[in-house]
Design a protein around this ligand. Structure first.
Ligand SMILES: [Zn+2]
Length: 230
């Protein structure tokens, strides 16, 4: 939540279920959510045994790590390591999706209503009426212009009251649970702010560039755009 660049850390296993689903006292493995895929990596116990983390999900409010084999016990101290290549690519895709949603919203008055980001490609859904591929390509060009400006990306927290007084923060329409008091903000300086729980690069140049793949008409006010980061 506070350091998207943390790659390794030590943790204690606080529960194990069905032999290979574990909860840690602290974790930087991102659980599948917000349209973004999960982190993978490894954990190593004190005796040097390595376990692969093959999936990370959130269940009943806890981050659960699925291991490739049994053997970890409650109370074990483990060393955790992210598959950084995968995570970093997902960060680039996630920040790219925010740049795109900012451009579509600020310059074309279009809302992104959903997204799905994997290491192969990104997908955003737009509330666009008639399909307009030229507009989509222009928006991607504008996004690449912004990336070249290398704006910084900052993360901070606002109280729920302050955040709710600033509706632009919720334009991705991915509601935040009401028990959350402090809202995490991802701020592309001078351009776009979003309430968001995900991992991001810290400056736009890290994205590289965004390339249009294709667009699909999924219905009235529902157009789907596929892109890649290069
Ligand atoms: Zn996001």
């Amino acid at each position: 939540m506070d350091d998207s660049y943390l790659k390794e850390w030590d943790a204690e296993v606080i529960s194990v279920s069905k032999e290979k689903f574990i909860v840690l006292d602290k974790t930087a493995f991102y659980p599948r959510g917000g349209g973004v895929e999960w982190d993978t990596g490894t954990i190593t116990t004190d005796d040097g045994t390595e376990f692969k983390v093959v999936y990370t999900g959130k269940f009943s409010g806890e981050v659960s790590h699925e291991l490739d084999h049994a053997g970890v016990k409650k109370g074990d101290m483990v060393h955790c390591r992210l598959d950084w290549d995968r995570r970093y690519l997902l960060m680039r895709y996630h920040t790219a999706a925010h740049v795109l949603s900012g451009v579509f919203f600020n310059e074309y008055d279009l809302k992104v209503t959903g997204n799905q980001l994997t290491i192969e490609k990104g997908r955003i859904d737009l509330n666009m009426g008639e399909m307009d591929v030229d507009l989509i390509k222009n928006a991607i060009d504008r996004s690449n212009d912004l990336i070249k400006k290398d704006l910084s990306v900052e993360i901070y927290y606002l109280s729920r009251t302050d955040a709710e007084n600033d509706p632009v923060l919720f334009k991705l329409a991915m509601g935040f649970p009401h028990e959350i008091e402090m809202i995490r903000i991802v701020d592309i300086k001078g351009f776009d702010r979003q309430a968001d729980g995900g991992c991001h690069v810290k400056s736009l140049s890290e994205i590289g560039s965004i390339e249009f793949l294709n667009a699909a008409n999924k219905g009235k006010d529902f157009k789907r755009v596929y892109f890649q980061v290069q």
